[in-house]
Design a protein around this ligand. Structure first.
Ligand code: FES
Ligand code: MG
Length: 589
């Protein structure tokens, strides 16, 4: 919108500078003055820039943003905008019970309401911990006001006894050593704490670093933003530049709808494979795409992602941690490789005002141990393998974390490569797993597949990170570190388990996982992308009549509301009722 002098008129002026409703303008103006803002500032025609503050004492991964926001404000002021910081619903992955997955959609809803209902012209999204990135990008897509991502950055690398210890990854490894009797409880805690040496989010390529990398790959942050460790001085400088740039974006009216295109999401799928990204990227990318009105299918993951090689040598798929990733050039260096190989659609707009191809110019890495050349990758075909069968319509397997030992035991049988059969042991939720996993009467051996159900969006509720089930202690002591696992829940992005997960429909939604029984035989064929129980259809139908799945009661009002409208993981576990709303930042409340 332009005023009579041809100058851009911002939506905030409908609150603060509306001659037709001077009574309301007076009311809107007066209370902002109580912290020292003058009416002249608010009526100056400058854009009002929201800073969506995700940091707090109960969001420790994002707490650095309380500091960074000062530099964002400096940048906004220097570029001629007016900053207004406001809090988001907190999301802390590790601590929130029953799961932080419930909070992604709640924080999404909250941010949509704030951006729609308050005098904000553009917004800085402060991201970090896993779901803080997709929740805010989903909201930005819904509202479609100019938006830019500022990552908080990973923690510094963790060290313990002269070895790198990475977030989550160190804990999964130490848990196995504890089970094998190699370390005691005290040492377990020491390892865990050593992996968190500073402010910032997980320093592995878990879900946090993955989703921040994806935000950058989509074109929603300044170039090189996502990998800068939280305590580095470049992080504060990036905060300042981000503040400056969002003011220009407000003036240009550069909105998410011109950046979050199908091309951008296909590139995100490619980048996710090349960095060995988290299995949680699948539901989060689907959710962001759907809120942006972009159609992505299960086939897109195979067609565009599966053949992409692993280029980044970062835990859990590789060796190193976030500091080295940043020094090696971060996301632009990985994308540079992919672009040279012709795998990207880089002639697309980004928040920088240049195309992605423009952003990537001159970004080749000098550290070939950390970021491998496309022609000499760490692994071929490192994308998610999409599976289906008579137990579910959709599930994924993160192939970049298949270990040599796992491959040798299950996937290398001559004449039957990438195919195996297992007897299953079925657990109903994670309490059941923890109570019974060491029960010798279950007869778990190296040809057993562990199955968990009741862990999807409806069943848990929220969907739980539980599919990376550890074998019984007895097997670990014999050197079996991982069994095949399958479930309708998720797993931590820092896990190195090649589970079959995110199975949809989940058991609580009528999926056939509910019909599986301990002792059944499941056949997995990775070549054909199939996973089937060797039980005839009529027998499965008889079981369906016998025992409908039990779903635990909701504990809070939000759990009930969430369950009433949430979809399945393969389509992003979105609030289905929210999807028709797009561009609501432009409908004046
Ligand atoms: Fe918050 Fe990993 S737990 S980033
Ligand atoms: Mg997680």
């Amino acid at each position: 919108m332009r005023d009579n002098n041809g100058k851009r008129r911002f939506r905030s002026q409908d609150w603060f500078d509306n001659p037709e409703r001077i009574d309301m303008t007076a009311l809107y103006l007066e209370r902002f003055m109580n912290y020292g803002i003058t009416p002249e500032e608010l009526r100056s025609g400058k854009p009002i820039i929201g800073i969506a503050q995700s940091g707090s004492d109960i969001s420790p991964c994002n707490r650095i943003h309380l500091e960074l926001a000062k530099r964002v404000r400096d940048g906004i002021r220097d570029a001629g905008g007016i900053p207004m910081e406001f809090p988001l619903h907190p999301i802390f992955e590790n601590c929130r019970r029953p799961t932080a997955a419930l909070d992604r959609n709640l924080a999404y809803l909250g941010l949509v309401e704030i951006l729609h209902g308050y005098p904000i012209d553009a917004v800085v999204l402060t991201t970090g911990c896993d779901k803080t990135t997709p929740s805010q990008l989903m909201a930005a897509a819904t509202v479609d006001l100019p938006a830019i991502v500022l990552s908080g950055g990973p923690m510094l690398d963790g060290w313990f006894e002269a070895e790198l210890v990475g977030s989550g990854a160190a804990i999964w490894k130490a848990r196995r050593r504890l089970a094998a009797g190699e370390i005691d409880n005290e040492k377990f805690i020491q390892i865990a704490t050593a992996s968190a040496p500073s402010a910032g989010h997980c320093n592995t390529m878990g879900t946090a670093s993955t989703m921040n990398a994806i935000a950058e790959a989509l074109g929603m942050s300044l170039t090189g933003c996502s990998a800068i460790p939280a305590p580095y001085r470049e992080r504060g400088q990036m905060a300042y530049e981000t503040g400056r740039r969002i003011v220009e974006m407000a003036r240009e009216d550069l909105r998410p709808s011109s950046i979050l295109t199908r091309e951008a999401f296909l590139d995100a799928i490619v980048v996710n494979a090349a960095i060995g990204g988290s299995s949680n990227a699948q539901p989060h990318i689907m959710a962001m795409a759907r809120h942006a009105g972009v159609e992505l299918t299960s086939e897109d993951w195979m067609k565009y992602g599966y053949d992409v090689p692993l280029l980044l040598n970062m835990q859990p798929a590789g060796k190193y941690l976030g500091e080295r990733f940043h020094r090696a050039g971060g996301v632009p260096a990985v994308m540079w490789e992919l672009e040279q190989a012709g795998l990207l659609r880089a002639q697309r707009p980004t928040v920088t005002g240049r195309t992605m191809a423009g952003n990537l110019e001159g970004r080749a890495s000098a550290d070939r141990e950390m970021i491998r050349p496309f022609a000499d990758p760490l692994k071929e075909r490192a994308g998610f393998l999409v599976l289906k069968g008579n137990l579910f319509d959709f599930a994924i397997m993160k192939t970049s974390v298949i270990s040599e030992a796992f491959r040798a035991r299950y996937l290398s049988t001559p004449g039957s490569e990438n195919r195996f059969e297992c007897r299953v042991v079925v657990f109903d939720g994670s309490d059941d797993y923890h109570h019974r996993i060491n029960d010798p009467s279950l007869g778990i051996d190296e040809r057993t597949m562990l199955v968990i159900r009741g862990a999807g969006p409806l069943g848990w509720p929220g969907s739980a990170e539980v599919v990376n089930m550890q074998p019984p202690d007895e097997l670990i002591r014999k050197g079996i570190a991982a069994l095949p696992t399958l479930g309708d829940g998720r797993q931590s992005g820092t896990s190195d388990s090649p589970s079959i997960l995110n199975a949809s429909p989940e058991s609580a939604a009528g999926g056939n996982l509910a019909l599986l029984r301990t002792g059944d035989i499941v056949r997995v064929d990775l070549n054909a992308g199939r996973c089937d129980v060797q039980v005839p259809d009529d027998e499965l139908e008889a079981r369906r009549r016998e025992a409908p799945p039990q779903v635990p009661a909701s504990q809070t009002p939000w759990q009930e509301i969430y369950r009433a409208t949430v979809g399945q993981l393969h389509t992003g576990a979105c609030l289905e009722l929210a999807l028709p709303y797009r561009g609501v930042g432009h409908d004046m409340p």
